[in-house]
Design a protein around this ligand. Structure first.
Ligand code: SF4
Length: 670
């Protein structure tokens, strides 16, 4: 069902002209956010809050890495009180950074912290409720009585914040919605929005407005829909609170960055977001540079080339719906999104060149093995392969090269728009046609309508490229063109980090809305180095080819957008002062042994207080339940309690084996 956006009302200023969505200014210590302020960057310490020295030192490292605010967990009154020592020490050392107390379950800790720090964060899912995963039927009267109970519990904090000039983030998490919200709204973006708005209405009744809102989820699709819906609902209720945006439990390394960029980037593209926190299972000083790189991209965005506006976009931005497409050569319709590997600038000498993208040749058997991240299409430009192409991989040549008789039967042509328009076309031969929004003229549309066998390669050169490509999808839908579309983006003069974040934003934003039957990215020159390039990045660039990095990134984006699952998914909390084991080390250990289990979602959570609630839709949970103790979950259910940490990874694997989900062979044989 296609709905028009006007039916739902708009959630941003424009889908075609970039501008930041204006929210009210909120004061967080000496650094305001919202209004005309730049996008603020923040992160959270992972030290024990009772360890003043370690927390102060980590906070300083975070400030130096670019954080405007630093959040610190306050799980009980003791930690809340110790925020005073931390703050005093920081001020003595000359650091004025506003501090944020992170509260879950403990109003008494919040009420202490609100008198000390510049901002408190509360989670409406657990501030006044304990989660029991119960479904309760509420009459309207019973529901109103519950809201009254929340009001009584929450009002004292609001009054303290008002008195002390403390700001507050009302931060909903998809994984920790209260049983009450779940029972009425379900596990939905609307439930997330209502969960926050209930608290906001209480604040407003008390004339308190120093509020920031967030709608985090580990699934970027859910998170983006929830923020959009929040922006739209706020408009409806005459509210304009700043948005803190982030993907929670994104994991670490490449996957964590890709997942964060898909969700955060999709919102930034539409001008939403006043402050960013990138949650990585890494030391927190690595988070700010990622957030800064994402935010900096929009500094000049308002000057982009104009994009044709649209009155009635044929989309529903609050629900996922895949654009209808016909199947052409295994692309489109119900097929998983396809991946194009671009070897047009790399000379292929022998079989080994394809091992970078997951095709491994066995000379003895004369067979190819392929990995789960092997692409489906190989763009060769104007070069030929010196060997037979593996089965299942389709070669694409530039049209004029393909015209040569020896190549005509070995692959498919890629036409530029004018080549397609100006030549006689064989309707029945599979062809790829490159086009951007500006090439979708009446003449072009009429000609492709007469074709039988075509895949569009959608390109853009606009600075606001995602919006232009989205606009092109609207044009195709309105003209009832249902050929499969591969979204292509080209980058120049980007570092490896920029490439990963930008391409995740650009392609991921479209995929999570159901646009695109495949992806293609190229980087026209070598990755540039930048001062922030750490040892790991330098090593990566040295050891891996550009094609390998691009291919892995594309599969990572498809996984993050949940349109093609090719590997295990890890939902790892970023850790904080509650964490009961070394999260980074443990995640790495689990990853090494399980990363070939395609499609399985494993959550690795630092504590039993929040972990189980935040695991979202994981298949298995590995949760710290005491010092040196781990509790294992199958979905939301405990299966093994308090296992010694040294046996816990084996126990997790045994559990997966018992469920019949274990495989030994990571590579499939063709
Ligand atoms: S789940 Fe992780 S980040 Fe969340 S409170 Fe527990 S230890 Fe901290």
């Amino acid at each position: 069902m296609i709905e028009t956006i006007s039916k739902f009302k708009e959630y941003c200023n424009s889908l075609t002209k970039y501008s930041r969505y204006k929210t009210r200014e909120v004061h967080v210590g000496n650094i305001p956010l919202g209004g005309n302020n730049p996008i603020r960057i923040q992160s959270m310490t992972i030290t024990d809050t009772m360890d003043t020295k370690a927390t102060v030192e980590q906070t300083i490292r975070m400030v130096e890495s670019g954080c405007d605010y630093v959040r610190i967990t306050a799980p009980s009154k003791l930690e809340a009180q110790n925020l005073e020592n931390i703050k005093k020490e920081l001020r003595t050392l000359g650091y004025e950074v506003p501090l944020i107390a992170d509260i879950h379950f403990t109003p008494n800790a919040a009420e202490i912290a609100a008198r000390i720090v510049e901002k408190v964060r509360v989670n409406p899912g657990n501030y006044a409720d304990r989660k029991k995963f119960e479904v309760i039927e509420y009459t309207d009267d019973k529901y109103d009585a519950e809201i009254e109970r929340i009001r009584n519990k929450f009002s004292p904090l609001v009054k303290i914040c008002k008195e002390y000039g403390t700001a507050m983030r009302i931060g909903t998490n998809h994984g920790s919605l209260s049983d009450r919200i779940m029972s009425r709204y379900g596990d939905t973006p609307l439930g997330m929005v209502e969960s926050a708005l209930e608290f906001v209405r209480i604040c407003e009744d008390l004339n308190y407005y120093e509020i920031i809102l967030s709608m985090k989820a580990s699934n970027p699709q859910v998170m983006v829909q929830a923020y959009r819906l929040l922006a739209q609902k706020m408009k409806e209720e005459g509210m304009n609170y700043p948005l803190h945006i982030g993907v929670t439990e994104a994991g670490g390394g490449e996957d964590g960055r890709i997942k964060s960029a898909v969700g955060i980037g999709a919102l930034l593209e539409d001008g939403l977001g006043d402050t960013i926190r990138v949650s990585l299972t890494e030391d927190p000083e690595y988070e700010a540079p990622v957030a800064i790189m994402l935010a900096d991209r929009y500094k000049e965005r308002e000057n982009h080339n104009p994009i044709k506006s649209i009155e009635e976009p044929p989309c529903n931005p609050y629900e996922y719906e895949k654009r209808h497409s016909l199947e052409t050569a295994g692309i489109g319709a119900g097929n998983v999104a396809r991946v194009v590997a671009d070897y047009s600038k790399r000379k292929i000498k022998d079989h080994k060149d394809l091992s970078d993208i997951g095709y491994f040749y066995n000379a003895e058997t004369d067979k190819w093995n392929m990995s789960d991240m092997a692409p489906d299409l190989l763009y060769l430009g104007d070069q030929s392969l010196p060997f037979d192409i593996p089965n299942g991989l389709r070669a694409i040549y530039d049209y004029d090269f393909w015209l040569m008789p020896e190549y005509k039967n070995s692959g498919s042509p890629l036409y530029k728009t004018d080549e397609y328009l100006n030549n006689e076309i064989d309707k029945n031969i599979l062809k790829f046609v490159s086009a951007d929004l500006n090439s979708l003229s009446t003449e072009f549309i009429n000609k492709i309508k007469e074709d039988n066998n075509l895949v569009l390669i959608l390109t853009t050169e606009n600075e606001h490229g995602m919006a232009e490509q989205r606009r092109a999808f609207f044009e195709l839908i309105n003209n009832e063109i249902d050929y499969p579309v591969i979204i292509k983006r080209s980058y120049k003069n980007v570092s490896l980090d920029q490439f990963r974040l930008f391409t995740s934003t650009d392609l991921g934003s479209l995929l999570i809305d159901g646009y695109g039957d495949g992806v293609w990215a190229d980087v026209q020159n070598d990755f540039i180095s930048e001062p922030g390039n750490n040892k790991y990045i330098k090593k990566l660039i040295k050891e891996e080819s550009k094609e390998k990095i691009i291919n892995r990134t594309l599969f990572g984006i498809l996984q993050a957008a949940r349109v093609r699952i090719s590997k295990t998914e890890y939902i790892a909390c970023p850790s904080c002062g509650r964490t009961l084991f070394d999260l980074q080390e443990t995640t790495e250990m689990i990853r090494k042994r399980t990363e070939h289990l395609k499609g399985i979602k494993i959550a690795i959570m630092g504590c039993i207080v929040n972990g189980p609630g935040e695991m979202a839709d994981a298949d298995y949970g590995y949760v710290g339940s005491g010092v040196g103790k781990i509790t294992l979950y199958r979905e939301k259910n405990i299966v093994k309690r308090n296992i010694p940490a040294e046996d816990a990874v084996d126990a997790l694997i045994q559990l997966i084996q018992e469920d019949g989900k274990w495989t030994e062979t990571p590579v499939s044989v063709q």
